[in-house]
Design a protein around this ligand. Structure first.
Ligand code: ZN
Length: 139
C-alpha cells in the first residue's frame, strides 16, 4: 500500500477501507459537496446535516471510491466531525488528518489523505456563501 507506520494503524486504515463507517448519502443533508483527486482517481462526496443552531454537525455521511488512504480518511473523518461546529471544521488542517491516520503519508499521497477534509471544508464554505465551487479538486 506504500505507507509506513505501525501495523496497528495500518490495520485500522484497512479496516475503515473495507468497512467504511457512515457510508451513504443523507437525503435531508443541509449541504452536500463532491471532490476529486485526479492524480489518483479518488472521488468523495460528503453529506452534512446541521443541528438547529446552524453551526453544529449533527450527522455526516460520505460516499465515493478510490484508494485505501482516501476512503479510510473519509470514513474516519465522519466519526471525528460528529458534534463539531463548522468553525472547528474550518480550523482543521493536514496535520489533524495525518494524526488521525497515524501513519507517515508521502507527499504523493497527502492529497489522497486530505481530500475528504477539503470536501467537507469547501462544502461548509459554499453553504455559508463564502465561495462558489462545483467540485473540489486537489491539484
Ligand atoms: Zn488516492
Amino acid at each position: 500500500m506504500g505507507i509506513g507506520g505501525s501495523d496497528m494503524y495500518r490495520q485500522q486504515i484497512l479496516d475503515h477501507y473495507k468497512n467504511p463507517r457512515n457510508y451513504g448519502e443523507l437525503e435531508d443533508a443541509t449541504f452536500s459537496h463532491v471532490g476529486e483527486n485526479p492524480q489518483c482517481g479518488d472521488r468523495i462526496r460528503m453529506d452534512v446535516v446541521l443541528a438547529d443552531d446552524g453551526e453544529t454537525i449533527e450527522r455526516v455521511a460520505f460516499s465515493g471510491d478510490g484508494c485505501a488512504i482516501s476512503q479510510a480518511s473519509a470514513s474516519m473523518l465522519t466519526g471525528k466531525l460528529h458534534g463539531k461546529t463548522l468553525e472547528e471544521l474550518a480550523e482543521m488542517d493536514r496535520d489533524d488528518i495525518v494524526d488521525m491516520l497515524g501513519v507517515e503519508i508521502s507527499p504523493m499521497r497527502i492529497k489522497c489523505a486530505v481530500l475528504a477534509e477539503k470536501v467537507a471544508q469547501d462544502g461548509a464554505k459554499i453553504h455559508r456563501g463564502e465561495i462558489e465551487l462545483d467540485t473540489t479538486k486537489t491539484e
